[in-house]
Design a protein around this ligand. Structure first.
Ligand code: GLN
Length: 481
């Protein structure tokens, strides 16, 4: 192979196949060799699907040999978060309760990326049922941050972020319920995007909190994110919450021109609790956007303070309901006992980890008679107020810019004893999750210790093209500097 596949973009990979610089098989040999060398240290992949990937590579190499046109993501090596169903390949959700589960079908996003030419490399590690911000809640062990191996990669899509940042794969699919695509993207230093709720099908995404869960791309560059989003976006008859909104050409939106855009900077996202270096990098990023011709608009989003409480009530309530299906009868693990109730108890006791149990209990409590109105219903009302903050903000600006995470990657084990401290670190991401708007995290420099910092850009619902355009212009300006 003439070019190192570790740094190629999706477009370069496709062009390289067309020009016969390398074959899809060679790309795979290289990818799996890298995984064999690096994964024992990183623990980013839980399962590999070489048979499936090589079958697809042979199809692509056949198309090249016959001179046929290649699909847009041809040869793109892709990791898939282990909460997305992949036919015949273990799909564990990072949980013991699904340890031996092999879905009989593919998630719509998996089907779509494969149709677009991607090579499905395997399943990436994550926090159990996507509950967490550090990947330390995986039943299959923590993931190491490739930038700083004694630190977490973020979570819950930590395996996806680490796999891309370490160059094991060109891109990965993650899922974001309260920050799980954007925050690990920020902590590992790669672009990572949460599309609008309804933009991408959830069919085959194993549910954590159905009104919040979204699938999004994690990539080496913003243009790759645009390409991958283009492949997975669009309505799906299998998901009634997917929206029948036409999918624009995201690549065409990356014009480089952002002059005149008003970028909102909400005061509430620059308050206490933020690491000083994160603040400095975010401020420098905003100054850079101004130098590109964007106009800074100070904003107030007064319900931001309630976002963590609101998110953790709604997400746990939905989780307690969604996870009721793991009863030892239909899926995965079964711990036999003399009575049905005993079997449920033993199966769920052995199959779920501590964080998942904590959330099932919190959610069940919030939904129970007498507390429903005080907690769940109240949270739904505050959710509407938070969404309204965004609506009003987008009357004053085209895009909103904030840090992605208040802190850079922390040390493994540093926060596991304090779940509340872990929840509080989601402060800047959960707002957009509750509001249903799209958001991306793009790298905006390093701390003095060399840890990546992410800049978050929110757009209005179905404004992914605008979000990507600003992210792309920022990325270009940053790499040119
Ligand atoms: N860290 C948040 C949580 O633990 C978000 C997780 C996610 O987006 N899946 O719920």
């Amino acid at each position: 192979m003439t070019a190192p596949a570790k740094t190629l973009s999706a477009a370069e990979i496709r062009a390289g196949l067309v020009a016969r610089k390398f074959t899809a098989r060679e790309l795979l040999d290289d990818c799996y060799a890298r995984i064999a060398a690096e994964n024992p240290r990183l623990n980013a992949f839980l399962a590999l699907s070489p048979e499936r990937a090589y079958a697809q590579a042979d199809r692509l190499d056949g198309q090249v040999a016959r001179g046929e046109p290649l699909p847009p993501l041809a040869g793109l090596t892709l990791g898939v978060k282990d909460v997305l169903a992949t036919r015949g390949t273990p799909t564990t959700c990072g949980s013991r309760i699904l340890e031996h589960y092999r879905p009989p079908y593919d998630a719509t996003v998996v089907e779509r990326v494969e149709r677009a030419g991607a090579l499905i490399i395997g399943k990436t590690n994550c926090d159990e049922f996507a509950m967490g911000s550090s990947n330390e809640n995986s039943a299959y062990g923590a993931v190491r941050n490739p930038v700083a191996p004694d630190r977490v990669p973020g979570g819950s899509s930590g395996g996806s972020a680490a796999a891309v940042a370490a160059g094991l794969v060109c891109a990965a699919l993650g899922t974001d319920t309260g920050g799980s695509v954007r925050q690990p993207g920020a902590l590992c230093g790669i672009p990572a995007m949460m599309p609008t709720y309804g933009r991408v099908s959830r069919y085959g995404l194993i549910a954590f909190a159905s009104s919040l869960d979204r699938v999004g791309p994690m990539t080496r560059s913003v243009s790759d994110a645009a390409a991958l989003l283009g492949a997975i976006a669009g309505s799906d008859p299998c998901d009634s919450t997917s929206a029948a909104v036409p999918v624009p050409d995201y690549a065409a939106a990356l014009t480089g021109s952002v002059a005149g855009l008003r970028i909102g900077v909400p005061r509430e996202y620059f308050g206490e609790g933020m690491d000083g270096e994160v603040r400095a990098r975010a401020e420098a990023a905003i100054a850079k956007l101004e130098s590109l011709g964007c106009r800074r608009v100070p904003l107030e989003m007064p319900h931001t303070d309630y976002a963590i409480a609101t998110y953790y009530l709604i997400a746990t309530a939905e989780a307690s309901s969604n996870l009721a299906r793991y009863d030892g009868v239909r899926y995965g693990l079964r711990a036999p006992a003399d009575t049905l109730a005993g079997m449920y108890r033993k199966t769920r006791g052995a199959g779920f980890g501590a964080e998942v149990k904590r959330r099932i209990m919190l959610g069940t409590y919030a939904l129970s008679a007498g507390y429903y109105e005080a907690y769940y219903l109240k949270a739904q009302k505050v959710r509407t107020l938070i969404a309204r903050d965004f609506q009003l903000a987008f009357e004053k600006c085209e895009l909103i810019v904030t840090p992605t995470s208040p802190i850079p990657a922390f040390r493994l084990g540093e926060r596991t004893a304090d779940p509340l401290a872990m929840y509080l670190a989601d402060i800047y991401t959960v707002t957009g999750s509750l509001a249903g708007v799209p958001g991306i995290s793009v790298p905006c420099g390093l701390t003095s210790e060399g840890l990546p910092v992410g800049l978050q850009i929110f757009g209005p619902r179905f404004g992914e093209d605008r979000v990507l355009a600003l992210a792309h212009a920022f990325e270009r300006a940053s790499t040119a500097a």
